[in-house]
Design a protein around this ligand. Sequence first.
Ligand code: UDP
Ligand code: MG
Length: 317
Amino acid sequence: MTENKKLAIVLPAYNEELVIEKTTHILLDIMDRMINDHLISSKSVITYVDDGSKDQTWSFMQGLHEQDSRIQGIHFSRNFGHQNALIAGLTEYTDTDFDYVVTLDADLQDDPLAIIEMVKLANSGKNIVYGVRNDRTTDSWFKRFSAQSFYKVMNILGVQTIPNHADFRLVDQKVLAAFGEYNERDMFLRGIFPSIGFNSAQVFYARKIREAGETKYPLKKMITFALDGITSFSVRPIILVRNLGLIMVTVSGLFLLYTLWSYFWGNAEDGWPMLMVSIWAIGGLQLLAIGIVGEYIGKIFMEVKHRPRYIIEKYLK
Ligand code: UDP
Ligand code: MG
C-alpha cells in the first residue's frame, strides 16, 4: 500500500455547544480506527468552522484543541450561513498536502461511520463520494415532502442533483482544484459538485435525529435555500415566463378579434366579465414575470459586487 492519505474532516457549526464535544469524541474514535487500519495518516485533522455562534461553541472548541491539537477551528466574524462555512473549510484545504476533505454536519445527523466507507472508496480511486440517506423516517412528514418536491423541481428544471444527498461528502484534491475555479459568490454546493464530474460513488446511511440543540434551518431559510438553488442553476423559470407571455398575447389577440366581431355583428354588452378576468390575469402574470426576472437581476447585482463570501476572524491551529 502507498503512503496513508491525509484526511481533513470539516464541520460547519452554528450554536452547537450542546453536541460539539460528543461529536468530536465520536469522530476522534473513528479517526483512530482508520489510522489503525492504515486507511488514513495520523496527521489527519478535524476542523470546525464556527459560523459566528452566539453560544459557547468557540470556547468548547478551544478546550478540545488544547486536549488534542488535531481539533482545529476557523471562526467567522459573524454568521455567514452553512454553505459559506462549508466553502471556507474546503478552501482551507485546497492546494495543501491533505488528500481528502470530508464535510458533514456537526449535529451527528449524518452517520460518521459512513466516513470509513467513503475513505475506502477514495483509496480505491473515487474522486467524490456522496453520502446518501437511505432512510428519512427520522425527518418530519413535511421535511420529507418538501425535500422530495425540491429534488423533483430541480430535475424538471434541468439541474443535476443527487436525491437525498445533502452536504455529507468526500472530495479529493483533484475535485478541490476544480471547485476552486468556481468563482460565483452565490454557491449551491449540491448542484456544483455533481457538475464537476470525475469518478464518483455513493455511500448509503440512515439519517438520524439531531443529537441535541435545535435545527438552524427553519422553514423560511429552507425556502430561500431552495429558490437560490433553482435560480443559481437554471434560467428555465425565465423561459417559462416568456412562453406564458407568448400564450397570453395570443389569447388576448383572439379576445380582441372576438370583441371586434361582437361590436359589429353581435351584442357588445357581454364583454364586461371577460374584460375584468383578462385584466387581472394579465396583470398577475406580468407581476410574476417581473418578480422572476427581478430575482435574476438581484443575483447579477450580488455577483458583480464580488464581495467576500465570508470573513475569517481567527483560527485554532
Ligand atoms: N449551520 C451553520 N450556519 C448556519 C446554519 C447551520 O454553520 O447559519 C450548521 C449547523 O451547525 C449544522 C449544519 O449547518 O452543523 C446543518 O444545520 P442544521 O442541523 O441546523 O440543519 P438541518 O439538519 O435541520 O437541516
Ligand atoms: Mg441537522
